[in-house]
Design a protein around this ligand. Structure first.
Ligand code: PFF
Length: 444
């Protein structure tokens, strides 16, 4: 079979960065940071990115490119008749549950595009914007409708295939998002009282670093970099044999981290300036940002573009999630791409509807006292992703081994890579140890 693939080097980076950059950076990162001690969380987050970001991402890309397969097929090819494909199954399952709750918030971005176009924030104070937001997320059917539309759009792009769909959209829109965030960051930092927000973000209080902060940061790093669920194995399988995997991993890690930190710089100074509680969670983005736009020259224009770009950033991430499930259906279960896309999208939509409804005040869709939405988030980011990532680095470090690793990272000796030994050492010893220690302390 002639496999679809990425057309250019820039296309690979744009698509992988498109997967990484999304609601995780702009929505989830500020929520986690606000709830986990501010600067202390940022410090731990950056340390984890530094130590684990590139090595784990590289491990996934290598497994994908070496086998040219989906996560399950990849492990099957490399270690047939072993238990390793179970890791691939966990990845596909992770993609499914993330897709289900992620599309809830992605749907909200569409509602906010409509609100922005209709100039509905203009002249409103924080209390009114917060009330509107609360009313909206209690309006079950409207959330479900937007969520379904979002899944439909994702399925449409995935159905069109990798090079035609994913690559084309990512290349132009991601850099634009970066520019808008920088403009917003400047406005936010110059608001009265913004300094407190910067303090909250950049002054770590070490006493706040607890086991639960560590596991939250670890989960957020994996979630944000789209690691630990097979997305990068799948994308790696579309990468050409002469692409430089290490530089791809580095570019994606750096751009994703830059966007997350920028999102923090946009949100927290403004939140402190307007008196929004940093532990506010969902309201941080959906209420604080409209307030910033209200204080800006050209606010209407920026507001519309921002929410459109946020929706697109979410879309390039949901595309990658759905692609993992579709690639598995097509290659392992031999479905046509059309049916694979329809079935995967329908499955995500069904679970997604319950996740969405579980956020209504007083909803009975709960597991152990937690809303279904929060349970899926917890299960994926704090449990599945670290476990899958742990086994992926273990696999590359101990099963695939040094010579195969060197062969992939240097493209069969064609590339010079003086630090390849160090990276392999990290993958073999440091990464599994760090993940295991954080995971265990997080749940002690
Ligand atoms: N990395 C995406 C974000 O930060 O929004 C979310 C995501 C996409 C997580 C794909 C996991 C994944 F496999």
């Amino acid at each position: 079979m002639n496999r679809d693939g990425f057309g250019s080097k820039l296309g690979v980076i744009a698509a992988a960065a498109g997967s990484a950059v999304g609601l995780g950076n702009i929505y989830r990162f500020p929520c986690e940071l606000g709830n986990n001690g501010g600067g202390a969380f940022l410090l731990v987050y950056l340390l984890i990115v530094l130590c684990l970001g590139v090595p784990v991402m590289l491990s996934e890309l290598i497994i994908g490119r070496r086998t040219q397969k989906n996560p399950i097929g990849a492990f099957r090819t490399l270690r047939p008749k072993s238990a390793w494909p179970a890791i691939g199954y966990m990845g596909v399952f992770g993609a499914f549950i993330i897709m289900a709750f992620y599309c809830t918030i992605a749907g909200w971005t569409l509602e906010y595009v409509v609100k922005a176009v209709g100039n509905q924030f203009q002249g409103k104070d924080l209390a009114t914007i917060e009330k509107d937001f609360g009313d909206f997320h209690n309006m079950g059917w409207r959330n479900v409708l937007w969520e379904s539309i979002f899944i439909f759009i994702t399925a449409f792009v995935v159905f069109k295939g990798v090079a035609n769909g994913i690559e084309k959209y990512s290349k132009v829109l991601m850099p634009l998002l970066l520019v808008i965030l920088i403009v917003l960051g400047v406005r936010s930092m110059t608001l009265p009282g913004a300094k407190e927000g910067l303090r909250f973000l950049f002054h770590p209080d070490f006493s706040k670093i607890t086991g639960s902060v560590l596991i939250s940061a670890l989960g957020q790093v994996f979630f944000s970099l789209s690691m630990g669920m097979g997305v990068l194995i799948t994308y790696g399988s579309y990468i050409k044999k002469d692409d430089n995997l290490a530089s791809t991993a580095l570019s994606v890690t750096l751009s994703d981290t830059l966007v997350a930190v920028l999102a923090g710089i946009v949100i927290f100074p403004a939140a402190f300036s307007f008196g929004v509680n940093p532990k506010e969670g969902m309201g941080l983005v959906f209420c604080t940002l409209p307030m910033i736009f209200n204080q800006m020259a050209g606010g209407y224009f920026f507001c519309v573009i921002f929410f459109v770009l946020l929706a697109v950033a979410a879309l390039t991430s949901t595309i990658s999630l759905l692609e993992v499930i579709v690639a598995y259906f097509v290659e392992e279960l031999h479905m046509s791409r059309r049916w694979a896309t329809v079935i995967a999208a329908a499955g995500c939509a069904v679970l997604g509807i319950f996740a969405s409804l579980s956020l209504k005040d007083g909803s009975s869709f709960t597991i152990a006292g937690m809303s279904l939405f929060n349970s899926l988030d917890f299960l994926s980011a704090k449990i599945l992703l670290p476990i899958v990532a742990f086994f992926i680095v273990l696999f590359v470090g101990w099963i695939l081994g040094k010579s195969a690793f060197f062969e992939e990272i240097t493209n069969g000796g064609g590339l010079k890579m003086s630090i390849k030994g160090i990276i392999f050492f990290i993958i073999r010893y440091l990464a599994p140890l760090a993940i295991a220690v954080i995971f265990v302390t997080g749940f002690l």
